[in-house]
Design a binder for this molecule. Structure first.
Ligand code: SAH
Ligand code: SAH
Length: 494
């Protein structure tokens, strides 16, 4: 069986590599146009390649090989079709830092710990689950610790949804890719892949109205000794614990449509007004949840928004809502704020609501925000905070069970100052928090019948009790809420 698949695949590519043209290889008659548009987009998503040792799998005629080799110190370009390899060598061989390797990736053996970056565009969909699982395991070995894997595939979201239905492509849903990646790596001892980013290729959405082109960036990192409260990755912890699909929709019922944070649209309107947004500005929403704030910002102020969240359940719901909202200025992606890479000065505004409580190293995160912002760019954060220690036992237990990392508003402000932000305002908004909680509680009690149409009595009680407990912890002085505003200086003296 396995051999049969290999033979079919090999035969298929022999048939499609006769002329070694871009149309033939991309299996698309409008390949040249698509390629021109998508290449810069794909390239913009890659980490800085300068000086890196790169492995490119399924390189084809070398659409990406030239770019990789221009920046990297060395590229090993692998493909199993001789005609493609030859065309790639003809076009890019003059660079002198490329090793061309004709090999089937399922049979490839390379020394461990030798590559900083593995790049692969449209290869995994020509491998079976077993072949891909074995390859992921091998790639984890080939990379140096901290190294990155980038790949892009044609996916499908629902059956019957795919555009290229020829055999022998093996279409998977993004979730199936995620599952393969985590199930493989969790078995592999001290290192594993953690997600950095995953998103649809925007060029295909724009030109072909096709969301099914999806790319991933993963990083090889040491596994946490005890995992994340029993989950292998932090993403799995979020998706299965606090932010299951039901958990999210249940929260939305009390926070209001589109929101999973204090005050919903009401606080969102108040705080966003402080940013003096101007049409065309670029905003990143870190931990965007299901995107209510992003649609509001884009609609009201004409800004371009990138909503980023590590929870795949959150992003999935946000994307469902995006289909209904039809606002092209809003994009969503799965992204880990602690690992995501953007070029310096990519955004006018960094916005984040009740998210950073999940993140351990605030200093490192704020350094990233600082670099992502343009000079003069603005930062607005709301977040759960705490009072001075020692805390009550109920608060200790709550924070531990949620895995939150909390500071007092004053400490929080100091983190921002240390990183170089100016005009830092660290405001204790606990009083507002309490007023909002009370309102949310009353409103939810008023809509109990409606709540029970979608959820159980137990869900209802969970929310009501949760809100009462929050109020109690605030009254003890333990739970606090902060609003933080800051700017990146216009003139940076280095
Ligand atoms: N990455 C290139 C080519 C994509 S087409 C680009 O984006 O332009 C898919 C490529 O994968 C083809 O060149 C095909 O020959 C190669 N390929 C498919 N299965 C392979 C395998 N098992 N081993 C090596 N190369 C493979
Ligand atoms: N800001 C949204 C959602 C708040 S809930 C709103 O106001 O409605 C907190 C969110 O933070 C969750 O969606 C969670 O998945 C996300 N999150 C937690 N850790 C993250 C990380 N490292 N990177 C990106 N998002 C993260």
């Amino acid at each position: 069986m396995a051999n049969e698949v290999r033979q079919t695949m090999t035969h298929f590519w022999e048939e499609h590599s006769r002329d070694a043209t871009v149309e033939e290889m991309m299996l698309d008659s409008s390949a040249a146009l698509l390629s021109k548009e998508e290449k810069p987009e794909i390239i913009s998503l890659l980490p800085c390649l300068v000086g890196l040792t790169v492995l490119e799998l399924g390189a084809g005629i070398g659409r990406y090989t030239g770019h990789l080799a221009k920046l990297a110190s060395h590229v090993t370009a692998v493909d199993f079709m001789q005609n493609f390899i030859e065309k790639n060598r003809d076009d890019n061989g003059y660079r002198g830092n490329i090793t061309f390797l004709q090999a089937d990736v399922t049979l490839l053996d390379l020394p461990n710990g030798t590559f900083d970056f593995i790049f692969s565009n449209w290869l995994f969909m020509y491998l079976t689950d077993e072949e891909l699982a074995a390859l992921i395991q091998k790639m984890l070995g080939w990379l140096r610790p901290g190294g990155y894997l980038f790949f892009r595939e044609s996916c499908f979201f629902q059956s019957g949804d795919c555009e290229r239905t020829f055999n022998p492509t093996l279409y998977r849903t993004p979730a199936q890719y995620n599952h393969l990646l985590t199930s493989v790596t969790s078995k592999s001892g001290h290192n594993g892949f953690e997600i950095v980013m995953s998103k649809s290729v925007q060029t295909y959405i724009k030109i072909k109205k096709n969301q099914n082109q999806v790319c991933w960036m993963l990083q090889k990192v040491p596994r946490e000794a005890n995992g994340h409260q029993g989950y292998t990755t932090f993403q799995q912890f979020l998706d299965n614990q606090q932010y299951s699909r039901k958990g999210i929709l249940r929260y939305e019922k009390i926070f209001g449509d589109g929101f999973v944070s204090t005050g919903g649209l009401e606080t969102t309107k108040e705080f966003i007004a402080m940013l003096n947004l101007v049409p065309g500005q670029r905003v990143i929403d870190v931990g965007c949840g299901i995107g209510g704030g992003d649609f509001y910002m884009a609609k009201t102020y004409g800004v371009d928004v990138l909503g980023m969240d590590l929870s795949s359940n959150m992003v999935e719901i946000a994307m469902e809502r995006a289909v209904m909202e039809k606002i092209p200025q809003v994009q969503f992606e799965i992204g880990d704020a602690t690992r995501r890479i953007f070029p310096d000065a990519s955004f006018d505004v960094v916005y984040s609501r009740d998210t950073i409580l999940h993140i351990n190293d605030k200093g490192a995160l704020f350094r990233k925000f600082y670099s992502w912002l343009k000079p003069g760019g603005k930062l607005l954060i709301t977040d759960y905070c705490c009072g001075e220690r020692p805390w009550s036992t109920v608060f200790e237990e709550y924070v531990k069970q949620r895995g939150y990392v909390l500071y007092t508003p004053e400490e929080y402000g100091q983190f921002l100052q240390k990183v170089g932000f100016v005009r830092v305002q660290a405001l204790d908004r606990t009083e507002q928090f309490v007023q909002v909680l009370k309102k949310e509680l009353v409103r939810t009690q008023e809509i109990k019948q409606e709540f029970l149409e979608s959820f159980s009595e137990e869900d209802y009680n969970y929310i009501i009790e949760g809100w009462k407990e929050k109020l109690h912890r605030c009254s003890l002085g333990d739970q606090r809420w902060g609003l933080f505003l800051a700017e990146k200086p216009l003139d940076i003296i280095s």
